[in-house]
Design a protein around this ligand. Structure first.
Ligand SMILES: *Cc1c(COP(=O)(O)O)cnc(C)c1O
Length: 381
């Protein structure tokens, strides 16, 4: 079976893991955690990194560190992985769901700006959502598939409305924004090292960013808010630490990040080239492949001149090729039907037309060939 996005593990991961076992540092204490934090922070221009147990927990503790409180409202795009919205709810806040633009599939700043102007007012220094009376507390743009959002514009809006930004960069490690470091364009930025991301630590996440106070606070909160080894704590913290075993794998993976990114971009170019001319088929947006992490690649099927996404997935499976639809947006999930929700015309027009194709960093040229040939036949039949 040719799979979608599987871990690409080498000998170094094994060596580092053996080192954890040999030195007995297998848990939340150990040199790999601080090394992984320092290396990821450094490569994105951040003064500090805060490693966590998952991307979801890094988003959650990031929101808390930026001052989001129970009962607040947090802005995010509806077209995202469910974890973005879940992290907001884990803080007992409500998501205010926004549409995306068609060029990058990231949050549409014009529509967000309009919604903020229309739906909020400033009362006693707080930004209040007029209809609900709740405080709007943060913006969470998502770097969909490793495509950067329009961060200049989003930062302008954040400044106008005095809102902090937590960027969900789960799949955008190693990318920069118009030559600027990832950590400089949002107060906090959150990565995931889940098994299907560009690099993995088995599971894990990390916060970096330009807001050093928030990073320090996130570190404190994610490590149980301990103030001394004698069981002293100063607030309700979380046990969201990454283990030395996870960080060992992460450190080894990091050495190969640039090669992995190159391979991801190669996969995107191969699919773009092979399927550009097909009737009813479009390639993924953001043609500036070098500025995207190209986490997954795939196609957009109009499902009129082409078979449905589901049908193509079933047919590919028959040829031992895994393919899947992509994110089902938050606003159609039963547990989020009550969320504050703006016009979703772009999201609704695109999400169920996307098919994601095998995009592993260890996919061979021969396997790519098989995918292209098989899928071409399916689309022409
Ligand atoms: C993977 C992902 C997450 C969650 O990361 P986990 O490590 O699986 O908790 C959050 N947001 C987005 C956009 C993701 O792709």
């Amino acid at each position: 079976m040719i799979l979608m996005a599987i871990p690409n593990i080498g000998d170094l991961e094994g060596e580092y893991l053996a080192e954890c076992v040999r030195t007995n540092f297998v848990s939340t204490v150990g040199p790999f955690v601080s090394r992984f934090e320092a290396e990821v922070a450094d490569m994105h221009g951040s003064e500090m990194g805060v490693a966590t147990s998952a991307g979801t927990t890094s988003l959650h503790v990031g929101l808390v560190a930026l001052g989001v409180k129970p009962g607040d409202i947090v802005i995010c795009p509806s077209f995202t992985f469910i974890a973005t919205a879940n992290a907001i709810r884990h803080q007992h806040a409500d998501a205010w769901l926004m549409d995306i633009n068609s060029e990058t599939w990231t949050i549409d700043p014009d529509k967000m700006d309009e919604a903020l102007k229309r739906e909020t007012s400033r009362i006693d220094g707080e930004l209040i959502h007029t209809k609900s009376g709740k405080r709007v507390a943060a913006i969470v743009p998502v770097y969909t598939l490793g495509n950067l959002a329009e961060m200049d514009h989003i930062n302008q809006i954040a400044k106008d409305f005095k809102l902090p930004i937590l960027a969900d960069a789960a799949a955008a490690i190693g990318v920069n924004y118009k030559g600027r470091n990832l950590s400089d364009i949002a107060d906090l930025t959150s990565f995931s090292f889940n098994g299907n991301k560009t690099i993995t630590s088995g599971g894990g996440g990390m916060l970096i960013g330009r807001n050093l106070d928030a990073l320090k606070r996130a570190k404190h909160l994610s490590t149980t808010a301990r103030t001394s080894p004698n069981y002293d704590y100063d607030e309700v913290g979380f046990n969201y630490r990454m283990t030395n075993i996870q960080a060992a794998v992460g450190c080894a993976q990091l050495k190969r990040l640039s090669g992995f990114l190159e391979r991801k971009r190669h996969v995107r170019r191969v699919y773009n080239k092979a399927f550009s001319g097909f009737d009813g088929v479009s390639i993924f947006p953001n043609h500036d492949i070098n500025n995207s992490a190209c986490w997954f690649s795939g196609l957009i099927l109009d499902q009129v001149k082409t078979p449905t996404v589901q049908d193509v997935c079933v047919q590919l499976k028959g040829h031992k090729i895994e393919a899947r639809p992509f994110w089902k947006p938050v606003h159609v999930q039963p547990q989020y039907l009550q969320s504050f929700c703006e016009d979703m015309s772009e999201t609704n027009s695109i999400w169920d037309k996307i098919i994601t194709l095998p995009s592993s960093t260890n996919i061979t040229d021969q396997e790519l060939d098989v995918v292209v040939t098989t899928l071409s036949k399916i689309l022409k039949s």
